[in-house]
Design a protein around this ligand. Sequence first.
Ligand code: ATP
Ligand code: MG
Length: 339
Amino acid sequence: MHYFRSFALLFIFLILFLLFKLADIKAIVIFIAALLIAKEIVQVLFFLRLEKRVFQPIEALKSGVDEIAKGNYNVNIKCEMRNEIGMLVVAFNEMARKLEEGERIKTEYEDNRKALIANISHDLKTPITSIQGYIEAILDEDGIPQENKKRYLQIIHHNIVYMNELIDDLFLFAKLDMQKLHFQFEKVPIRAFMSDLTEEIGLELEERRVQFLYTDKMEQDLTVRLDGKRMHQALMNIVGNALKYGPEEGLVIKAELSKQGDFACFKLSDNGPGIPADKLPKIFDRFYRIDKERTKELMSTGLGLAIARELVEAHGGSIAASSEEGKGTCFTITLPFTE
Ligand code: ATP
Ligand code: MG
């Protein structure tokens, strides 16, 4: 830079020297005036360029920072420059986007937490109120018939069993949510695993006079990384639903294992009442129950499928449901194969 300046000064002196030697004073004055005007014009152009390329983006960045300080993360600064300031603006926009996403997740989490507390309070309040009512009845009426007393105690017992189940589910769900549930993953040959598990399920269903059919369509013996106990639990939540919501007589549950590319695909279907299409996307949400009144008698917590989904996803797999009203429901679990 210094060399360049010294060279420019030398060059100006040389021109002045030549002018004084070769031209008259009027021409020199005109030349110097023209030089000064040209310098001013160059300076103005330079500042205009500086304004557009540096000052304006910095001003926009400053107002963006002010917006973020106010808690408004929805800022996106426009800058077409490809220089360092342009890169800074791109980085700033990315930061604002990440902050906005973080804020969205935080709000969603907060809303979920509030809904969870509201649901738990409601689901515990109902059986507690019922227990309180029956105990008061037993205490108040000194001479109530033995038969009534027994019925009241049965209702109290029913409610306590429900509360116990709800607390177990909540405890499991909270652990899954906080990723504190310890899984004991093992490399398991999936055909052998499903064959054992379905045999066990089949025996249990046979006792309840439910028809159970299992088909293994997998041709190779491939392994899956899974925690047997947890997978058993996820599948039992689905089978439990088929039993709970299916017909008392003539219930048929079918299971099928197949290979779908890099995944083991396990399908469980029933010939129960089915789920309406508009309700289907919600069944994996926690506390979601289609028929709130009926599920009360059935001691439902609405956590069964939410837990099953968390468990399957912890295995790197996925769970989906399809259904036709009046015909039945089919749950599909896919689990990635491992080496
Ligand atoms: P929980 O399993 O915690 O005791 P739940 O059975 O109500 O309670 P989920 O298992 O999560 O909760 O099921 C959510 C809802 O989806 C159920 O309330 C029921 O309405 C519906 N559902 C689930 N499986 C079936 C099925 N096989 N057939 C018909 N409806 C079903
Ligand atoms: Mg259930």
